[in-house]
Design a protein around this ligand. Structure first.
Ligand SMILES: Cc1cc2nc3c(=O)[nH]c(=O)nc-3n(C[C@H](O)[C@H](O)[C@H](O)COP(=O)(O)O)c2cc1C
Length: 176
């Protein structure tokens, strides 16, 4: 698949087959995350792989948005190990985690594996149930699995703002 097709076809999968991920596919997905660029190459991401029945049951207590996936990643960052801009202490951890997650999401799709970026979860509960250190930020969940036969893009997938609403030529035009 060309990268253009991959990015245009990918959609948030909210219905999964129960087939477990092939271990080599999971390894490829995690490796794609590892290849992602991070600010000053600090690699502050910390990725938990949840695929046991018990783990998925516990994660299911923290979010209603796992959609029956046979595997889910909990993407965290160790903010203290991320790059910080001197001038205003901007911390790149969340930005780094987003690039890592995007790499994994696109690699997954290239292997025929769906995913859905999930921020709707109870962070305190995830922290407690998965023994996540206080100084890690829980950035997102990424359910992963082969799409079920009835999986289909949601209505938002085809709703993108026109380019002129998000892209500006040289400078922002005067507001009228
Ligand atoms: C930062 C972020 C958080 C999201 N959180 C959720 C979520 O909690 N639950 C969910 O079902 N989808 C979630 N999504 C998926 C978006 O709703 C989806 O990407 C968007 O509607 C466009 O649809 P598409 O991915 O199918 O193209 C999230 C996506 C992003 C990037």
């Amino acid at each position: 698949m060309t990268i253009q097709k991959l990015m245009q076809n990918r959609y948030s999968v909210r219905s999964y087959s129960q087939m477990p991920l092939q271990p080599e596919h999971l390894a490829q997905i995690l490796n794609a995350g590892r290849a992602a660029p991070t600010a000053a190459n600090r690699q502050p991401q910390r990725v938990l792989v949840v695929r046991s029945e018990d783990g998925l049951e516990r994660l299911g207590q923290c979010s209603r948005s796992l959609f029956g996936a046979p595997c889910a990643l909990i993407v965290c960052t160790d903010r203290e190990s991320a790059w910080q801009r001197q001038q205003d202490q901007f911390n790149s951890a969340t930005m780094d985690a987003s690039i890592v997650t995007t790499h994994m999401m696109l690699q997954a799709w290239d292997l025929g594996i769906g995913s859905c970026w999930v921020c709707a979860f109870d962070p305190d509960k995830v922290r407690r149930l998965f023994n996540i250190p206080d100084n890690w930020q829980i950035e997102c969940l990424l359910p992963l699995g082969y799409p079920a036969a009835d999986a289909a893009p949601g209505p938002n997938h085809s709703q993108r703002k026109p380019p002129e609403a998000t892209v500006f030529d040289e400078q922002v035009p005067e507001q009228t």
